[in-house]
Design a protein. Structure first.
Length: 262
């Protein structure tokens, strides 16, 4: 890593990696994170994305020292970062069509929780801590957090977490369904990478279609006939892929399928 980089992007063998090195988000960190997420979203070769923080934290949200300075010097500019950075980061994450695995090694709060919930699978260290954090500093939420919490937990539980700002551990996060898997502290990154590599070697087109179906169902805007039509269209498209044809043949021959993403 370059000494002054807060966020970086890399891709090897179909697995794109976004690495956030700095837990507190300065303007520079947000710009670099947006660049990394955008590169992941625009990759034509990535079959899965791995989004990692550090052992200390996945992401703590806004760097409050920088924020305090801006409040003092140009208070009318203090929250323009929501539209300029946070919204764009979340929309870029949402535009990633392939599976996104989030590795959480430590604290995951505020905007960091919003970013994590924009992923599809979350692997957390046992020491990880979670919280909304916003009301504790006199703000409501940003980074799509309210929407993600309502969709994941329902209105009542989302309201509890938003208003009370309760900090909770990895086990509770898993119980709530906000975390897919909790592992030993020393294993979080290796396990997240293992899951991401598994997805990167899978039937990519099917994963993309599955994400589309789940999102359509979750947004509540489509009725059952519309969802059924979408499923039928997607199945027709997938039915002629090499991955589907090969997997059916492998099943009939009692062999393990090999997926190429085509």
């Amino acid at each position: 890593m370059s000494e002054d980089r807060a966020a970086e992007f890399g891709e090897v063998d179909g697995l794109a990696t976004i690495r956030l090195h700095r837990p507190g988000l300065t303007r520079k960190a947000k710009e670099e994170l947006l660049e990394a997420v955008t590169r992941a979203a625009e990759s034509t070769t990535a079959r899965a994305v791995l989004f990692l923080g550090s052992d200390r934290a996945f992401c703590l949200g806004q760097d409050l020292a920088e924020h305090a300075r801006i409040l003092e010097e140009t208070p009318d500019q203090a929250l323009t970062t929501v539209r300029e950075h946070y919204n764009r980061i979340v929309l870029a994450l949402e535009s990633i069509q392939v599976p996104v695995v989030v590795g959480i090694g430590g604290a995951c709060v505020g905007a960091g929780l919003g970013f994590a919930l924009a992923g599809d699978v979350r692997v957390a260290a046992g020491r990880a801590k979670f919280g909304t954090a916003f009301t504790g500093i006199g703000l409501a939420s940003d980074s799509g957090l309210a929407l993600r919490l309502v969709r994941s937990l329902g209105q009542a539980r989302a309201m509890e977490l938003m208003l009370l700002g309760t900090v909770f551990g990895a086990a509770r996060a898993q119980e709530l369904g906000l975390v897919t898997e909790v592992v030993a502290d020393e294993d979080w990154e290796a396990r997240a990478r293992e899951v991401a590599a598994q997805l990167a070697s899978g039937p990519t087109a099917a994963f993309v279609a599955a994400k589309r179906e789940v999102r359509s169902a979750a947004d509540g805007q489509s009725d059952l006939p519309e969802l059924l039509e979408e499923e039928a269209d997607l199945q027709n498209q997938l039915g002629v892929t090499a991955d589907h044809v090969g997997a059916v043949s492998s099943f009939l021959n009692k062999q393990k399928p090999t997926f190429t993403g085509r």
